[in-house]
Design a protein around this ligand. Structure first.
Ligand SMILES: [Ca+2]
Length: 90
């Protein structure tokens, strides 16, 4: 990571915290920018690193899609990521 990227990342975390991080991640995953993360978008994102299988990603998707609509909203993503962050920071 470059120095500028480090400074930018630190600034983002300081200024707006977890919510900005959630929104940034959501934008990356929502590749067609329709405001929802579809199962296809989520699975592609999760499996891109090669560390997560399609099955594991699908299970995670179903867990995050709490209303079972078939797509993840920013609120659902936020709830999923905040649950994790709270465990790590508090
Ligand atoms: Ca989408």
């Amino acid at each position: 990571m470059t120095r500028i990227a480090l400074i930018t990342a630190a600034a983002i975390v300081c200024l707006s915290g977890a919510q900005a991080q959630v929104e940034a991640t959501f934008e990356i995953v929502d590749t067609n920018a329709d405001g929802y993360v579809s199962q296809g978008e989520f699975v592609s994102w999760q499996t891109a690193s090669g560390e997560v299988t399609v099955t594991e990603a699908t299970i995670k998707f179903v867990e995050i899609d709490t209303d079972g609509s078939g797509s993840i909203t920013l609120a659902e993503m936020s709830a999923a990521m905040k649950g994790k962050t709270d465990e790590e920071t508090s």
